[in-house]
Every structure is written in structure tokens, then in C-alpha cells.
Write a protein that binds this ligand. Structure first.
Ligand code: ADP
Ligand code: MG
Length: 348
């Protein structure tokens, strides 16, 4: 039996599902979160609550585990870098630093000759005034954004007057893509040309938050192949270890664009728990703990719906499910509007 202990920074639902996957592999998990109510504490073996820059508490985590990973990307680089001097942080901190910055991330992808949306760095309000070309567009903070937070749609330059944007932060302005579809590709890389990749997942967002995912995606063979090839190129170039996700846009002319990379397990991959022999979470734990790579086999087609805010309520009150439906309640104590509370995967 394995004696390994895995440290997980971040205590949300992704941390919970990583802990559950670790347990299945006989690996103990220690979750570290700055949220005293972090849901993952109900799934892990040990929980440490503290700020991400508390040196003493971080050292306590380090002393308890063999390897450390993370479930969200907005962790200070310094924190990850310091930990990495003592115990391996996987994926490596430099990957996280690159991807948590939208500008650096997009520059990196373009250098690989992979298409992204058109974008430009914005440092002050007057920068936008000469950029009609990029409108309609979306102004996004370069760091710390998720679920559409820190994003402002800009149709015309005058919109800036009413939006009251804090320009002390860095932004990028992205040209709006006329979306036909959004897909994502999840890949787990174990080493040089050693990876497992899931088929492209089709995603539907509501108010910039993921609402539905399904496999198979209704896409052409060309997009199917290109999206997988690009994910492999990106993972190899980063020398990534673990599970990562590439989010894509497909426009009305069938062009594929990388939207963003998530250096972690991803919401669109929740259906892999029920639809594949090995989930994205188990694969992540296998890769970061240097365990055996097992060939992926798809068990079933599937669709997933996120339960946001109050939508969890009827299920908590015992709404009956069919045999092919699987409910995941993240056990978050407080129900909040726009908060991901759980999901249901249906095998189809
Ligand atoms: P987050 O980091 O919050 O996930 P994203 O950049 O992925 O931010 O944006 C969230 C969603 O907003 C996307 O999945 C897409 O639906 C929409 N969106 C973002 N940027 C664009 C764009 N340039 N063109 C069209 N839609 C966009
Ligand atoms: Mg996104």
C-alpha cells in the first residue's frame, strides 16, 4: 500500500474531487485553504486553514506531505516557488506563473503558431481610445479572473465612461469572437510524449459561467483533431505534469481559437468521473504522484449540468434521480447566487 501524502492548495470542489480520487489510490490528502468553510475539508484527510502567504502554516503543510499540487491558478508565484525548494510542486510554479497572466499566456500560445483571439495590452484608459479595431471586445483583468469576474464587454469607446474601471490594474482588450461553439480538451501529461487525452467536450456558458458540458461534441473531424493536437503541443511545450485543460472557441467560419489554458483539473471535465475508466482527477493524482499511466477508455457518452445557486435546493430535498444520473453536492454551507453548488452527470 502506498504511503504517499499529497498536499492540495485550494479547498473548493476541485480540491474535494482531487481528495476523493487520491483516497481511491490509497494516497492521503492534506488540503490547504484560506477559506475556513472550504468544502474540500469534508473530503480530505487533513485540513489546514490559513492565508496563502502565511509562512509558518505553509511550512506545516510542506512537512506533512511528499508532493504538492493546486486546484486553482491564482496562488502567488512566490508561495509556490518557496514550497518548491522544499518539496516538489507539480505542475511546476513557472507554468502557473505564465498561465495566471492572460497576456503572458496568450503571447506564449501565439509563439507556438496556435491561434488565439486578437488581443492587446491595456495599461491606461487612453490606450483603448485608439483601438476601434478591437471593438466590440471584452476588457479582461490580466490576473485573478474566473467565471467571468473582472471582465467588461466594450461595444464602443463611449462605454468606458459608464463602466468605472479601475485602471491601476493591468488589462487586455480582446476582440469578441462570433461564437458558434465552445469546446475544451483535457489532457494529463506524465512525461515526454507520455500523456492521456480525453475527447473534446462541448460547453455552453450562461452569464460567462459554465452551465452544460457534453461528449461527444458536435464538431468536424478537422476541429476534433486540431483541438487535440494543439492541447498536446501546449502540454509538451510547457513540459507539463498533471491534468490541464485548453478552452477553445469555434467561430462561425469554423476557425478554432484557444481561449485560455487552465493549469489544473477543470469544470468541463467533471463528466470524466462517470464517463471514463479514469477521471481527470485520478489522472492528475497519478501524474503528480508518479504512478502508473493507464490507457483511457470511454465508458459512455455523457452530459453534465452545473447546479448554480438555488438550483441545488430541490436535490438536497431529495429529488429523485434516474439510474443513469449522478448527483455531486459540493456541500458548500452557504448558497450564493452564481456560486457553483453541485453538478449532475447523466450517462447517455
Ligand atoms: P474566465 O477566466 O472567467 O473563465 P474566459 O476568458 O474563459 O474567462 O471567459 C469566460 C467566457 O466568456 C468564455 O467561455 C466565453 O463564453 C466568453 N468570452 C470570453 N472572451 C470572449 C471573446 N473574446 N469572444 C467571445 N466570447 C468570449
Ligand atoms: Mg474560461
Amino acid at each position: 500500500m502506498s504511503e504517499l501524502k499529497l498536499g492540495i492548495i485550494g479547498g473548493g470542489q476541485l480540491g474535494s474531487m482531487l481528495s476523493t480520487a487520491a483516497k481511491k489510490l490509497n494516497i492521503k490528502s492534506v488540503v490547504y485553504s484560506d477559506d475556513v468553510n472550504a468544502p474540500a475539508q469534508k473530503f480530505c484527510d487533513e485540513f489546514i486553514f490559513s492565508e496563502y502567504d502565511n509562512k509558518e502554516k505553509i511550512l506545516e503543510l510542506v512537512s506533512k506531505v511528499d508532493v504538492i499540487t493546486y486546484e486553482f491558478e491564482n496562488i502567488p508565484f512566490e508561495t509556490l516557488n518557496e514550497i518548491n525548494k522544499l518539496k516538489p510542486v507539480v505542475p511546476k510554479p513557472s507554468v502557473n506563473r505564465l498561465i495566471q497572466h492572460r497576456l503572458a499566456e496568450k503571447d506564449f500560445i501565439n509563439k507556438l503558431n496556435i491561434r488565439t483571439t486578437r488581443y492587446v495590452s491595456i495599461e491606461k484608459k487612453s490606450d483603448i481610445e485608439t483601438l476601434e479595431d478591437f471593438l466590440p471586445g471584452i476588457l479582461k483583468t490580466t490576473t485573478m479572473g474566473y467565471d467571468g469576474k473582472g471582465q467588461y464587454p466594450i461595444k464602443k469607446i463611449e462605454d468606458l465612461e459608464t463602466l468605472n474601471i479601475d485602471f491601476s490594474k493591468g488589462y487586455i482588450l480582446e476582440k469578441l469572437v462570433k461564437l458558434k461553439k465552445e469546446i475544451s480538451v483535457i489532457i494529463t501529461r506524465f512525461g515526454n510524449n507520455k500523456y492521456e487525452i480525453y475527447e473534446p467536450i462541448e460547453n455552453t456558458h450562461k452569464d460567462q459561467i459554465l452551465k452544460y458540458s457534453k461528449i461527444p461534441s458536435e464538431i468536424s473531424k478537422k476541429i476534433f483533431d486540431q483541438s487535440k493536437d494543439w492541447a498536446i503541443t501546449i502540454a509538451e511545450e510547457l513540459k507539463y505534469i498533471g491534468t490541464m485543460c485548453v478552452e477553445y472557441f469555434i467561430d462561425r467560419n469554423e476557425n478554432l481559437y484557444v481561449n485560455e489554458i487552465a493549469p489544473r483539473v477543470h469544470n468541463s471535465g467533471h463528466l470524466t468521473i462517470n464517463a471514463y475508466n479514469i477521471s481527470q482527477f485520478e489522472n492528475h493524482v497519478r501524474a503528480v504522484c508518479n504512478l502508473e499511466k493507464i490507457s483511457l477508455k470511454k465508458i459512455s457518452n455523457a452530459k453534465m449540468i452545473n447546479l448554480i445557486g438555488d438550483e441545488i435546493k430541490p436535490y438536497r430535498e431529495n429529488l429523485k434521480l434516474n439510474d443513469n444520473e449522478f448527483l455531486f453536492d459540493y456541500l458548500k454551507t452557504e448558497i450564493k447566487e452564481k456560486r457553483k453548488m453541485g453538478h449532475i452527470t447523466t450517462l447517455i
